[in-house]
Design a protein around this ligand. Structure first.
Ligand SMILES: C[S@@+](CC[C@H](N)C(=O)[O-])C[C@H]1O[C@@H](n2cnc3c(N)ncnc32)[C@H](O)[C@@H]1O
Length: 300
């Protein structure tokens, strides 16, 4: 079962007013949506959206809740279906849920045996297997470098291209064995996690989707509405931080121009000068909380 992170903190930033419409753009196991619906005095509605199917048992039995399948950029369309024009709060809790990670058939975990799938949306064509076996050596190296921040990305890509010439790489266990054979250090766990993360980000185009999701949120939110984002690694957090910074400034011209040429106007007020982290107790109880960083902003 997925344990939502930073629940108290999410509620304190997400809730702009008790009777608004709230979008949970990464519904997952529904932990944050459920907490909001159960909050004493909450009289609004919650629209849960996810690229993946809703896990069994996650459905929330409330007339004030509805669920839609969709990608971040499809938020305006899904909200139109839900009859919501101006949400009061939008929550993003990036990455993947425990249900997804712990299901061997999804191929997300290097610790479980399964197919190299890693798709959030099981209708899409691109899988981790296709990337590993069909991307050029250069494209593979780019994935490992950009999304896994792997310093040996080029030699790893060369190694895997040689391996796939002998046999197509189709299972998590095969990839794990190859990675362990490549690895020269003491404990390969972090390395394995980085490479699996890189493939997952590429399969799901996660960073591009985050960019689009943040952009899509801004015009939708009502004035005073809240945007809340929880990141789990620096690539995600940087996108949120840079977006908040840019959208909280009146002018985004390159420095040194005598006058503003961009005409950009601030539309957000940052509510978290520094990211909010989980308490030591929560980190101890829920390992997913260890790397979680929450940032929040308010629409002007
Ligand atoms: C960390 S989980 C969310 C957990 C949820 N907050 C809870 O309390 O159960 C992230 C979820 O976001 C979904 N997701 C990831 N990228 C997405 C995207 N671009 N559009 C929609 N959903 C996405 C994943 O399928 C996953 O279910």
């Amino acid at each position: 079962m997925h344990r939502p992170v930073l629940v108290r903190e999410v509620l304190s930033f997400w809730l702009a007013r008790p009777d608004g419409a709230y979008v949970d753009m990464t519904f997952g196991g529904g932990g944050h949506s459920k907490a909001l619906l159960e909050l004493p005095g909450f009289a609004g509605t919650v629209i849960g959206i996810d690229r993946d199917r809703m896990p069994e048992g996650a459905a929330l039995q409330s007339p004030r809740f509805s669920f839609y399948r969709g990608n971040f950029a499809e938020m305006p369309d899904r909200l139109a279906l839900a009859g919501v024009a101006r949400p009061s709060g939008i929550l993003f809790d990036f990455g993947l849920s425990s249900e997804q990670l712990d299901d061997p058939s999804r191929g997300f975990s290097f610790q479980l045996e399964g197919p190299l799938d890693m798709r959030f949306d099981r209708g899409q064509e691109l899988t981790a297997e296709k990337i590993l076996n069909e991307y050029s050596e250069k494209a593979l190296a780019d994935v490992f470098f950009r999304y896994g921040e792997e310093p040996k990305a080029k030699s790893l890509a060369r190694f895997l291209v040689k391996a796939r010439q002998k046999k197509r790489i189709t299972a998590t266990g095969e990839l794990r064995l190859l990675l362990v054979a490549f690895w020269r250090g003491p404990n390969p766990r972090r390395f394995l996690a980085r490479i699996f993360q890189a493939l997952r980000i590429e399969v799901n185009q996660e960073l591009e989707n985050i960019r689009r999701g943040l952009e899509a949120s801004l015009p939708l939110l009502e004035p005073g509405g809240r945007l809340v984002a929880i990141s789990y690694h620096s690539l995600e957090d940087r996108l949120v931080k840079d977006f908040f910074k840019r959208e909280s400034k009146d002018c985004v011209c390159p420095p040194g121009l005598p006058e503003c040429l961009c005409g950009h106007r601030a539309s957000l007020k940052i509510l978290t000068a520094k990211p909010v982290l989980a308490s030591a107790k929560e980190k101890e109880e829920n390992p997913r909380a260890g790397s979680a960083k929450l940032r929040a902003a308010q629409k002007l």
